[in-house]
Design a protein. Sequence first.
Length: 326
Amino acid sequence: MKKLYMKKVWMLVICATVFPLCIMAQRQTEYNRKGDEAMKSLDYSDARLFYGEGMPYCDMYSISQLTTIWIANKQMRASMHNLMNRCLSCLNVKATENDTAAIAQLILYYTEGIGTPQSGEMVNYWTAHLNEITKPEVEEIPVVPKRTRQPMKYFVGYNFTLRSPFGITVGGVGERWGWYGRLKSSLSFLNYENEFTGLAPTGIGIPEDIYLRKTGEKKQANSHAATVGLVYRYEPFYFSVGLGYWQRDRVQKYEEFDDVGKGKGIYHFYKVADDSRRGVAADVDCIVEIGKLYITAGCNILGYQNKIENKLGFDLDLNAGMGVFF
């Protein structure tokens, strides 16, 4: 029972709210319909009265029809001043809500002086406002700033490895990729007469009656390498890899002695073949940029063929350096 009672209450509330609105809408339709019938019979006086009923609601159709009567019947204007003032007030309210039909009517009112003195300034103001709110919206295409390509940066620096402590590196790098070339050397260019494998020199150019023995001097190394490669830029870091050729000739100094072991003061230089290397060199480096300067560290992979064991081998050599960008 309680649910049934609540349903009846809600139905009464809805009817009490909606029914007056329906009557009002019907009334609004009725006065405009009667005004249109009066207009057809050219009874402008009655038409004015019927359309005037729409003023409390600021009915745009009623305002438009009253404006038509004002323009077409100059003899009725004296009796319509108050009515047209009310029309103007309604149009101003609707225009502030960007009602384009109301703004168009306002332009006409200020142009013709309907309900208000003529005003070219107000005509220009409402015309500009109407153009502003009715112009089609143009989708703004975001302007992507053109990316400026970074110019090529060049660099030169000193390079050091354990086997070749004297080196120079030159190169250049663009926005992402670059190149480099590197020369390394021990700055030892000792000439040798021949080479040998084993404990003592034998073979071509060594007469049988000559006895040789090592001096107390250490072996010297003619060590040289050249590599070229690519540089990848990821500021402030740069990474480089390269390939090239390397060789290291170990040279031993020998002294001639006689059959009783006395040294003759005559010396010979021979290449120690089983302690010498040559083959492919590979560089792997990381470069850190510090302003205009840079430091680098990495390693060299030195591949070679071991002639004694007849197989491939490799050595590792540390690599470091510093230089300048320009």
